[in-house]
Design a protein around this ligand. Structure first.
Ligand code: UDP
Length: 481
């Protein structure tokens, strides 16, 4: 009988910060379980990360390789360019990806080479690709290499996309022009008691400034969701206790399903994965603040705000009266009404004073959230940030922008109740009121702490996510026997 080939998983994340973070935690956990893992970056991101050396991975079983994303190096790759990035990646990376995955292909294991062109890694036995990269499954399965899908957003978000045909049938979509976004929505199973129109993926809203009923991005995302059903299994960075009902409703549509999150709590990645340089000085600044006194503000890696939003938000934050640590990326505040986009950092410090405010371009977020001085997390409710806030038991105020953020925000405000949903409008009074409530409410503090304990049990040995992860490792290893 032929000996079983060692498992070697190629993990391929869509090249955005939120996707890289959780898939790198996942890759690290797999390597920790004795599986060879190649984590595939784009060349552009790998250069920014500077983690080409295999030792940067922190495990001899984890290495980084890259494929081109098809865009020139000086391209901004901003949120507005995502459709272009998606298209150029499919065009630019398919060939190199094929060569990496192809059994026995000489170029397949060449990259971080040295004397041994395979880097000591066996051939790829399984591809786990981001659900936003449907072509990667097709290439892998076409080569006879089993492919699984990884979704970096919530199970509820996936379920909403699966339910879109039903929402059209029920007449819930398209939304009536000028209709009330706070109206409840029928048609997403298990969520009918809390979901409003505004909580559906933002692509369900009518496109702004066009006569179209439906955003073309909605079709593209529904297609990708349906495509994920072909995968050998679907993996979510979520915990059963957070999304039991959504997982139960997604499961019948899939060959198999694994809920293995929150991954950052299970396996902190050893390699750096921040595309922007983290400002460690902000942790020292936190050291000088009183317990639970600081509002940490971060709107993730993609959201941008207009100058008007910035002014409203800033005014509300200052009026709330707490010290704050605010992540303001250089590309975050856009020009509007003909004014220039200026960097507002200095202006804030001048107005508020250094002890009361710290503004950074990127923070070591997980260290910040677990710092004793942080009393509340004002977040855009990206799924990673949401899970990071949940695990640390920090009360949250959610100001969602797009994609799945509205639904995550609703989970926080109405289902888990570990924070407040500011909705996707920014008014200074609302900012002031919700920040005050999140900082002072004993009820929210208690709920946030209880939720954190529950999720920590999920990822600890014997917990539901930990056991699902062990089942997944067996599943991956069994693919080669
Ligand atoms: N993040 C960080 N430092 C920051 C802001 C964000 O490390 O200053 C990380 C955060 O911990 C999270 C990721 O960036 O893991 C953002 O992902 P998320 O899904 O929350 O939002 P996205 O950026 O995709 O909108």
């Amino acid at each position: 009988m032929a000996a079983a080939v060692a498992a070697h998983v190629l993990v391929f994340a869509f090249p955005l910060q939120g996707h890289i973070n959780c898939m790198l935690h996942f890759a690290t956990a797999l390597a920790g379980a004795g599986v060879h893992v190649t984590f595939l970056h784009t060349e552009h991101n790998l250069r920014r990360l500077g983690c080409r050396a295999p030792s940067a991975a922190g495990s001899p079983l984890l290495r980084f390789l890259s494929v081109p994303d098809g865009l020139p190096d000086d391209h901004p790759r901003s949120v507005a360019d995502l459709p272009e990035l998606s298209k150029s990646l499919a065009e630019g990376a398919t060939g190199p990806f094929h060569d990496l995955v192809a059994p026995g292909s000489p170029s397949s294991r060449a990259a971080d080479a040295g004397a041994d062109p395979t880097g000591g890694f066996p051939p790829v036995t399984c591809v786990i690709a981001d659900g936003l990269l449907p072509w990667a499954f097709d290439v892998a399965e076409g080569l006879g290499v089993p492919a699984m899908a990884f979704r970096t957003a919530s199970a509820g978000n996936f379920l909403a996309f699966l339910s879109v045909p039903n929402l059209f049938e029920l007449g819930e979509l398209p939304f009536p022009a000028g209709g009330d976004l706070d109206e409840p929505v029928r048609g997403v199973p298990g969520m009918e008691n809390f979901l409003r129109r505004r909580d559906l993926p933002s692509f369900c809203r009518r496109p702004i400034d066009t006569d179209d009923d439906v955003d073309p991005a909605l079709h593209a995302l529904v297609d990708r969701t349906v495509h994920s059903r072909k995968a050998r299994a679907l993996i979510f960075n979520t915990a059963a206790s957070l999304e039991r009902s959504a997982l139960a409703h997604v499961a019948p549509h899939m060959h198999d399903l694994f809920a293995v999150g929150p991954l950052h709590a299970m396996s902190p990645a050893a390699a750096t994965c921040s595309l922007l340089r983290e400002d460690d000085g902000c942790v020292e600044w936190l050291d000088g603040q009183a317990d639970r006194s600081v509002v940490y503000v971060s709107l993730g890696s993609l959201a941008t705000i207009s100058l008007e939003q910035y002014t409203e938000f800033y005014s509300g934050l200052v009026a709330a009266g707490y010290p704050f640590l605010w992540v303001l990326r250089p590309d975050m505040v856009g020009a509007s009404r003909g004014q220039d986009a200026t960097t507002p950092q200095e202006a804030i410090i001048r107005a508020v004073g250094e002890t009361k405010a710290r503004v950074v371009t990127w923070a070591p977020q997980r260290d910040v959230l677990r710092h004793r001085a942080v009393g509340c997390f004002l977040t855009h409710a990206g799924w990673n940030s949401t899970l990071e806030g949940v695990v640390e038991g920090v009360p949250m105020v959610c100001w969602p922008f797009f994609g799945d953020q509205q639904m995550n925000s609703r989970l926080v405000g109405a289902v888990w109740r570990n924070g407040l949903d500011m909705k996707d409008v920014c008014e200074r009074d609302v900012v002031e009121r919700t920040v005050r409530e999140a900082m002072e409410s004993a009820y929210i503090k208690g709920t946030a702490q209880a939720l954190a304990q529950q999720v920590r049990r999920d990822v600890a040995a014997g917990g539901s996510s930990a056991m699902e992860f062990e089942r997944l490792v067996r599943f991956v290893k069994d693919l080669n026997t």
